[in-house]
Design a protein around this ligand. Sequence first.
Ligand code: SF4
Length: 436
Amino acid sequence: MAKSVEHRSKPNFFDIDFEKAPFIAIWEVTRACDLRCVHCRAEAIPNRDERELTKEQGFALIDELRKFSDTAPPLFVITGGDPLKSPYTMDYIKYADSIGLRVAVTPSATGLLTREAIHEMKQNGLTRMAISLDGSTAEIHDNFRRQPGSYDHTIRAIKDAQAEGLTVQINTTISRWNMNDIDNLCELMQKLGLTLWAAFFLVPTGRGEETDEISPEQYEQALNKLYETARKADFDLKTTAAPHYRRVVLQHQRSEGRSNDSGKYLRPRKEGGGPEDRKTDGPPAWVLRDMKPGGWSRGDAIGRAGRGVNDGNGFIFIDHVGEVYPSGFLPLKCGNVKEKSIVEIYRNNPHLKAMRDFSRLKGKCWACDYRDVCGGARSRAFAVTGDYLASEPYCTYVPPALEHVQGVNWLAPDMLIKDVRQHMKPEDIKQFEKSE
Ligand code: SF4
C-alpha cells in the first residue's frame, strides 16, 4: 500500500535558499517517446539511448537530490521523452518516495499510459501526474502532437489519474499554434478538476522554432488572460519561461487596490537592502495573494515555491545521459552527475551562480523595478542572443527608470545585451546599485 503524502512533514518553501537548493529538480529519465510533437524540447526519439543513466546511476542521483535539504528537498519530477519508456521509472518513483522526496511524473499520452500503469505509479508513491494538453479540441491538440486520438487519450488519462486519487497538473505550451485558442483552453481547464495549470511559453530550442513563437504583444495578451483565469479558477496557475507573468500579477494587484506591498520585493528596495533581504523577508506578495489558501495546491504536498523560480535559480534539469542544465530549455552544460554530485554542480557552477545574480542582467531587465520577482526568461535570452544574461526578448514592459528615454526599441538585438546605465539618471543608477 502506498504511503500517503502525509507521511512527510510539509516543508516550508519560503525557507528555501535558492543559492543552496532548487525548489524543483527535473530528470529526463529517457529521451524515448512514441510521439513526435511539433515543439518537442527533447527532440524525442523512438528508442532508448544506450548512454542513458544506468539503474544504479539513477538511484545514486535520487540519493544526491535528497541531500539538498533535510527539511525541504526539491520536488522531483521524472520526465522524458516518455518516462514510461524506461523500465526503471516505477522503481525510481518508489525509491524516491521511500526516502522522502515528493515525486511527479510527466508521461506521454500513448498506449503505455494505461489505468494499470497509473495505478502502479500511485501505489509506488507518486504524488502528482502532469500531462500535456495543448488545445481545447481534438483537432488542435492532435495536430500539435501529430497523433490522432491523443486528445481523447489525454482526457481519459486525466480522469483515470483522478479516479486513482492522484492530483493532476496540465501542461500547455503556448505558441502560435494555439494562441487563438487560449480563451477556450481557459474554459476547458475550469472543467477538468486539475490542481495546477502550467503554461509553458515556447522557447526556440529542440523542435520549437522561433517562427512558432508569439509576438511580445501577444505574450502580454496571453499573460493577462491567464491572470483573469487564475483569479476565477479553483486551481493554481504558473508559467514556465515567462517569469514576467509575476510582473503582470503584481501590476493587476496594484491597479485593483489589492496590494499593500511594502515595496521590499520591488526595486529600488529599502535603504541598505541587498540580496540578503531577498532571502529572509518571507514570501513575496505575488505568491501569497494569488496562491490558494494555505499555499498548497489542492490535495497534495507539492505546493508552490515561495519565490520566483527561474532557470538555474530554484530550478535544475538533468538530461538522460546525466548532463546538468539550468533548465530543459537552456542548452548550456553545467556538469555531469556521473562525475560530480548534483548538489555541488547546482551550488557552485559559475553559469548557475551568474543566473542567480540578477545584478548581472543586461538590457532593460537590469533597470527593471520587477527584476527581483521576474528577471526575464534566461532560456529565451540565450536562445535569441546567445547570452543568458541578456534582457528577456519578449517582454514589452518599459521600467520607470527608462521611461524618459525616447526613440529606443528596447527589444532590438543590440539593446538586449547593452548596459543601459548610459540611458539612466545618475540618481536612479545609484539607487539600483545600492540595493545590489
Ligand atoms: S523588463 Fe525584464 S525583469 Fe522587467 S518585467 Fe520584463 S522581463 Fe521581467
